[in-house]
Write a protein that binds this ligand. Structure first.
Ligand code: SAM
Length: 221
C-alpha cells in the first residue's frame, strides 16, 4: 500500500513552485511531478528529503535523478499523449513514472536486474504498465521501434547509433553527452525527411551509460 498523505502532497506543491522558478513551464510535466509520489522511490531513510531538488543514491552505485533534471529532460521531449517512448536507464523508476503519468506508451531498459525488479514492484503499486527489459540500452529495443521519443538518463560519450536509427521521423532524442563526470544535455530532432539536427541545453552530471555502444563495461548484464 502507498502512503501519500497531505504532507507529501504539500511538499510536492512546493517542489513544483521551485521547478517553475528554475524555468520549467510545460504544464503537463509540472502536473506529473505534482502527482507522482517521489518518496516511494527512495529508501525510507531519505523520506524527509524526497521533495528537495536533489539526486539520491538508489543502490548498486546508481542514482535517482534530481527532480529538476527529470522535469527538464521531459520538457525537452515535448511529450504528447499516446506517444511511444523509449527510456534508457530505468533506475528507480521515477522518470518512467513521470512519463507513464503523462499517458505515454513507455518502454524502459535497465542493465541492473535488481533495480529493474524494484522499479517493476513500484509500477505495480502505482498502476503503471511500462514494458521493461533488463539489458544493454545502448543497443535500443529494435523490435518495438520506431519510437517517437527517446530519453537516455545516463551520460554517454556520443549518441549511440542504434538509438538514432530507432527514432521515428519527426522524433526527439534527449541524451546527456560528455565525459564520465560532466555532460551537455543534447536534443536531437529527426525531421520528416530523416535529417537529424542537434541542439545543446546546458550542463548536467549523470552516472555513465555503460554498454556496447557507449562506455565499455567488463561487467556482465
Ligand atoms: N531514470 C532513473 C530514475 O528515474 O531513477 C535514473 C537513472 S540513473 C541516473 C542511470 C541508470 O542508467 C542506472 O540505473 C544505470 O544502471 C542505467 N544504465 C547505465 N548504462 C545502461 C545501459 N547500457 N542500459 C540500460 N541501463 C543503463
Amino acid at each position: 500500500m502507498i502512503i501519500d498523505d497531505y504532507k507529501h502532497k504539500g511538499l510536492r506543491k512546493k517542489l513544483v513552485k521551485e521547478l517553475q522558478g528554475k524555468g520549467i513551464y510545460d504544464q503537463a510535466v509540472l502536473d506529473s511531478i505534482l502527482n507522482v509520489p517521489r518518496h516511494i522511490f527512495l529508501d525510507t531513510a531519505f523520506l524527509e528529503q524526497a521533495y528537495t531538488d536533489k539526486a539520491f543514491q538508489i543502490g548498486e552505485g546508481q542514482t535517482i535523478s534530481q527532480p529538476y533534471t527529470v522535469a527538464f529532460q521531459t520538457q525537452l521531449l515535448e511529450i504528447k499523449k499516446g506517444e511511444k517512448v523509449l527510456e534508457i536507464g530505468t533506475g528507480s523508476g521515477y522518470q518512467a513514472s513521470v512519463l507513464c503519468y503523462m499517458e505515454t506508451k513507455l518502454y524502459s531498459i535497465e542493465r541492473i536486474k535488481s533495480l529493474s525488479k524494484n522499479a517493476s514492484l513500484i509500477f505495480q503499486k502505482l498502476g503503471y504498465k511500462p514494458e521493461l527489459m533488463v539489458g544493454d540500452g545502448s543497443l535500443g529495443w529494435k523490435v518495438h521501434s520506431p519510437f517517437q521519443k527517446i530519453i537516455v538518463t545516463a551520460g554517454a560519450p556520443l549518441a549511440p547509433e542504434p538509438l538514432l536509427e530507432q527514432l521515428d521521423l519527426g522524433g526527439i532524442l534527449v541524451i546527456p553527452i560528455g565525459d564520465q563526470k560532466v555532460q551537455t544535455m543534447v536534443r536531437y530532432k529527426k525531421d520528416l525527411t530523416g535529417k537529424i539536427t542537434k541542439e545543446e541545453h546546458g550542463i548536467f552530471k549523470f552516472v555513465p551509460l555503460l554498454g556496447e555502444k557507449a562506455w565499455k563495461t567488463t561487467q556482465k548484464i
